[in-house]
Design a protein around this ligand. Structure first.
Ligand code: FBP
Length: 305
């Protein structure tokens, strides 16, 4: 085990050997293995956004086999997806590529309730499919957030009991306006909530300079948030002073320069890594591999500095 991985796992010292072993698997796999940094490929957008919005830009992505192959060939640390996609490929990839079973999902077809994902699979599915972790989305600011927090409490307890860590997608959504969803105070708060719920790995969106909550404005007068690096640093600090692994999502497809500039800011701010979906699988395989490789270069350089 490298010093970097040892240092990170020391922050999870209270966990059982199964959870620690699976965290070690995630941290030791792929091109960034052993550096303490992670790049993960998430492909739940078919469920969350629909097939055409997700896969039409690169139709190879309609095939469930496409994504884990891209993850392996790019050297990603792990691949995360809902039950259907994982079931379609686990026989081939379990043990070769760390798999994260996304156990809740929501569509974007609308409905009268505040956003709340359905439980779409369970801990025994993750075990059966040879997964290294489960994934769960919470929507802080949704009217149904307390139900999600309570479901997550039970899931983390159940997953931990069988040695599986939990990756929490913490996405503020519901009562907030669009700017509020990615405001620095809200993202830092979302990271903190996920950690307090027992998340082993926290995933949030890159924060903007906006401070959304009136009650938080005074506190942010003395916190540097002018650059993305400063904001990432504050989010990492909000995740138990960096003692929990915090990774940032990629967002809608954008130009290569914009993606890499964002990753540079996140890496400079101490991010543990990125979880990049659309910006990877919506490009051609060659372009996706090149972009993921450039992203990994940035994190590798940050780990070495
Ligand atoms: P992307 O890199 O495509 O943003 O993927 C990360 C992710 O968290 C996915 O797991 C999820 O489907 C998507 O973002 C949600 O995006 P949005 O908030 O735009 O619905």
């Amino acid at each position: 085990m490298t010093k970097a991985v040892e240092r990170i796992l020391a922050n999870y010292a209270g966990e059982n050997p199964g959870v620690l072993g699976n965290l070690r698997r995630l941290l030791n796999h792929g091109r960034l293995g052993g550096t303490g940094k992670l790049v993960i490929l998430p492909v739940d957008q078919g469920f969350e956004h629909g097939p055409a919005r997700s896969f039409a830009p690169n139709p190879a992505g309609y095939d469930p086999a496409y994504h884990p192959r891209l993850a392996v060939e790019s050297g990603c640390n792990a691949y995360a997806a809902p039950l259907g996609f994982i079931e379609a490929i686990a026989h081939r990839y379990a043990g070769e590529l760390p798999l994260i079973l996304k156990v809740n999902n929501s569509d974007s077809l609308g409905g009268p309730d505040a956003p709340c994902s359905a439980l779409t699979s369970a801990v025994p599915d993750a075990l059966r499919l040879g997964c290294a972790a489960i994934g769960y989305t919470i929507y802080p600011s949704s009217g149904l957030r307390n139900r999600m927090y309570e479901d997550l409490r039970d899931l983390i307890r159940e997953a931990r009991a069988v040695g599986l860590p939990t990756v929490v997608w913490s996405y503020p959504r519901g009562a907030l306006d669009k700017d509020g969803e990615t405001a620095i105070d809200v993202i830092a708060y979302a990271a903190q909530i996920a950690c307090q719920l027992g998340a082993h790995v926290v995933k949030v969106k890159p924060p903007t300079e906006v401070v959304a909550e009136a009650a938080a404005k005074k506190s942010y007068e003395s916190i540097p948030i002018g650059t993305l690096a400063e904001r990432a640093r504050h989010v990492v600090q909000s995740a138990f002073d960096g003692k929990r692994i915090v990774i940032f999502s990629g967002g809608p497809a954008k130009g290569t320069d914009a993606v890499l500039e964002e990753i540079r800011g996140l890496a400079e701010g101490g991010a543990y890594g990125s979880i990049v979906g659309r910006n990877a699988f919506q490009r051609s395989p060659e372009d996706a591999k090149k972009l993921l490789s450039d992203i990994m270069d940035i994190y590798a350089a940050a780990a070495a500095s």
